[in-house]
Design a protein around this ligand. Structure first.
Ligand SMILES: Cc1ncc(COP(=O)(O)O)c(C=O)c1O
Length: 376
């Protein structure tokens, strides 16, 4: 079997599992308990928080643990909207965001907010000048993703961040696809809020975090016992945050070599698939995630292609896991200018820690047979 769907989710690294295990049965305390078990849980939580904060170049009290990137995105957008509605009710985002950004924005629109959805160019790039032009007196938040999960394009976050800083508008970035994969520090990006997720970087599912700069005014979505600085009540998932922190440390240590290795494999994959003459790259050729190759392919529907690949032991995707399975073409591919038919013929191959050169060879051979009806 060849797994080429790492952008959707990743297996938990055995080193992460090992780090988590004691926290299920031996060190199982609740961080809110006054006894020894509680104290131990509090220490564990704060150590994990410090580790993740230091990787981001943030202060520990700026990290809020959540259950996922979806929750972090919801908290960032609705939390800022609720707390700042007296200042204004306008939000700017883009047409290619993940549904966990777009849907909270649509929900806010139904509740009296105004949202501008920025266009992107044919590579999926957002023009920072357009962000600047759309900022108005009542704009409270700009939310733009770091890299797109379907086409891998990396956005000019730093430039957009500087504009937001100058204009005094909060800037949220969904970094679910970049954190742990490409190097960055919070301060360089000029962001106020940033979403990260554990299961995209070989950590467990059910854990994410939101970086919230100290000066952001925000309301919680979950009210209760006041956990996570009052911004996210609920007993903290200690095995989860331990696993997330361990996954971050491993990712940080291996990042440079993985970027080199995966970029090489990705480019080989892209080059060999484009050679069929029936495949077209989607996303930016250079400004893209090191582990993501995406295409639209003439004459074969994405869903059928995925099934055929599956029959030959290859796990791939048409785009985002959430959008595949639906018959509607991807909003991202339509936004970069593909026709509905082209957008339905999409293929996303995403590589990761256990992808080998042999895997790439095999996938290329199978794709040649399916697309061209003959071997390479
Ligand atoms: C860019 C982006 N944002 C948010 C999410 C949602 O992540 P989670 O599964 O942690 O809720 C994903 C997952 O596919 C993603 O790729």
């Amino acid at each position: 079997m060849v797994y080429m769907d790492y952008a959707s989710t990743t297996p938990v690294d055995p080193r992460v599992i090992k780090a988590m295990l004691p926290y299920f049965d031996k060190k199982f305390g609740n961080t809110m308990s006054p006894h020894e078990w509680g104290m131990e849980a509090r220490e564990t939580l704060e150590t994990a928080r410090e580790e993740i904060a230091s990787l981001l170049g943030a202060a520990p009290n700026e990290i809020i643990f959540t259950s996922s990137a979806t929750e972090s995105n919801n908290l960032a957008i609705k939390g800022v909207a609720f707390a700042n509605k007296e200042r204004g009710k306008h939000i700017i985002t883009s047409k290619i965001e993940h549904l966990s950004v777009l849907e909270p924005c649509r929900w806010l629109e139904r509740n009296g907010f105004k949202v501008t959805y920025l266009d992107v160019d044919s590579y999926g790039l957002i023009d920072p000048k357009r962000v600047e032009e759309e900022i108005r007196d009542d704009t409270i938040l700009v939310s733009i993703m770091h890299a797109n999960n379907e086409i891998g394009t990396i956005e000019p976050i730093e430039e957009i961040g500087k504009i937001c800083e100058e204009k005094g508008v909060y800037f949220h970035v969904d970094a679910a696809q970049t954190f742990g994969k490409i190097p960055f520090k919070i301060r360089d990006l000029h962001v106020d809020l940033l979403t990260i997720s554990s299961h995209k970087i070989y950590g467990p599912k059910g854990v994410g975090a939101l970086y919230v700069s100290e000066d952001v005014r925000m309301e919680p979505l979950l009210h209760g016992g006041g956990h996570e600085f009052g911004l996210r009540s609920s007993t903290v998932n200690i095995p989860g945050v331990v696993g997330f922190a361990e996954a971050c440390k491993i990712a940080e240590g291996e990042m440079d070599s993985e970027i080199t290795r995966l970029t090489e494999l990705r480019d080989k994959l892209i080059q060999n698939i484009l050679e069929t003459g029936r495949a077209h790259l989607t996303g930016h050729p250079k400004k893209r995630l090191p582990n993501l190759a995406s295409f639209w392919i003439e004459s074969i529907e994405g869903e059928r292609l995925i099934m055929e690949l599956n029959e030959r032991g290859i796990a791939a995707s048409t785009g985002s896991a959430c959008a595949s399975g639906k018959l509607e073409p991807s909003h991202v591919l339509l936004a970069i200018g593909l026709s509905r038919r082209e957008a339905k013929n999409s293929l996303r191959l995403s590589l990761g820690r256990w992808t080998t050169a042999k895997d790439v060879e095999y996938v290329v051979d199978v794709l040649w047979e399916i697309i061209e009806g003959k071997s390479r």
